[in-house]
Design a protein around this ligand. Sequence first.
Ligand code: 2AM
Length: 174
Amino acid sequence: MTKERLFFALWPSDNIREALRPAADAVRDAAADGKTVSQDKLHITLRFMGSLDADQWKAAELAASRVRERSIDLLLDRAGYWPQSRVLWIGCGEVPDALLGLVADLNTELGGEGFELTGRPYRPHVTVARGVTDCAELPPIRPIHWEPAHFVLVRSQLGAGDPSYEIVGEWPIR
Ligand code: 2AM
């Protein structure tokens, strides 16, 4: 049975992507090396699901459909670098409780469908470059206000180059 690599995410609108571009470029300039994430692929992962078969995919969708709506006000106002994962990112200086609530809700519903939570504590971020081994001091970010209207399920296909992403499900947040 074929399996698909899937993850839940907040997917920026075109306007937010436009606003993210100069910020991402400025942050990217601080990196000594690594690979830039293209503008159309910028996102915030809510939960990485890994490879799911068709039944698991359906169960994940069912869980998502049970997530309560809420309004989330994100202020993307800081950049960061995680040397261990070699990731350069943009995120929130203060992560809103509503975002953590959404992720907690999603995880609870996924738990009810048999998906166990593994891995590190959740730290929401937009990855702007990968494979960065060193970087200079990061510039300040001109804050970007983002109120996502929905969250999505994304299919990721790995290839020789960048992974390709396809939105395969969408649920309202507010
Ligand atoms: P990242 O941007 O910090 O690399 C698709 O791979 C998305 O899922 C990416 O945004 C990635 O985060 C995130 N993700 C979280 N856990 C992952 C894992 N174990 N393997 C691959 N991607 C993961």
